[in-house]
Write a protein that binds this ligand. Sequence first.
Ligand SMILES: [Zn+2]
Length: 215
Amino acid sequence: MAGLSQPGEWVDGFLFVGNQLALDFLNTRPILNREARELFSNTAALERWLVASGIIVSPRQRAVARSWRDSREAQTFLKELIGFRERLRGAVLRIESGRTLDEDFLAEVNRLLRHYPQRVKVVKQGSKVVSQLFFDLRNPEDLWAPISAAAARLLSEVDPSRVRKCESQSCVVHFFDTSKKGGRRWCSMNICGNRLKVAAYQKRRSKENGGGGGS
Ligand SMILES: [Zn+2]
């Protein structure tokens, strides 16, 4: 099935199937070939994800991020970011099982929002003027601005009944279902969908050929 991968599913080695930045962030530790894989393996990997996710856009921001590569500061930030990602995972699992969010996590998000606010600017877009969010990037911690804003959006603006984990048992990818009917079941047709369909087909067939195994 190689070669059928949808454009935009994988960007520079990262998965973008979440339909929400905070979920794409969460999906940076998928299980691939039955093994949990930390895609934020070092600060250079984080830098690539920031570009792939559209958090870092301008050449100036790229240069700033590149200047910290391998610095102790960036490494400390990455450690904290991974910790936050895992607490976000706990929050998403609660959302998916219909439980209320835990106060400590909300307090943590609020603390980040307060310390690292996003700013608004107005820019020309053709003949119109539109407002855009932005953040000043000087130090690695400034990245909390877009990350905490994304987490806040996920917690407050997204229909919880449409936040789901991939149906495949061995997959830990989460997504926001934006399909019309709300029937999305897996992270991606290419990664889990086809595999599950083939497995279901084989199960049906073995039942049919199994000589009255069922019913
Ligand atoms: Zn999956």
